[in-house]
Ligand binder design. Sequence first.
Ligand code: ADP
Length: 162
Amino acid sequence: MSKVALYPGSFDPISNGHIDIVKRAAKLFDRVVIAVATNTSKKTLFTADEKVQLIQENVAFLTNVEVVKHSGGLTVDLADELNATILLRGLRSVKDFEYEADIAAMNKTQNNRVETVFLTADETYRFVSSSLIKEVAMFGGDISGLVPANVNKAMKKKYEIE
Ligand code: ADP
């Protein structure tokens, strides 16, 4: 049976930490589907289409990884639609664990067929979050080691730096 993992998130923007999780998951599962949330209540810097494009350019070399937009509904329903039995999430800290364990338990109440699997963040990117990246980039800080090159460029454009 083919093991499909769904990796949902805001990815506003995708960071090297996210990409590290995807690369490792691509070795563990037959297929990895990255789902970009479009219905988030958070105000986003990038549009869903921009996020999908930025992600696609970085995962194109991984033949078993694809990117989709998730425009609403339960994540577990999307998992069913995609025949995914695994929800993939990254864990950076105890703070993440507390939040993520609740979400995993809630998802279980909605769909018992889907299992959440956590990968711990790479040490190098443990402190990296999309929100911190935006804060630093907004004031012209150097985030080049924390995000892929296309994201670095796109952020400079958004904040009209250079
Ligand atoms: P959400 O808004 O759904 O939390 P994010 O885009 O912030 O979406 O993150 C998606 C997933 O990636 C979450 O499981 C999050 O914990 C994980 N993640 C975020 N940053 C990192 C990182 N630097 N290293 C590993 N995992 C990460």
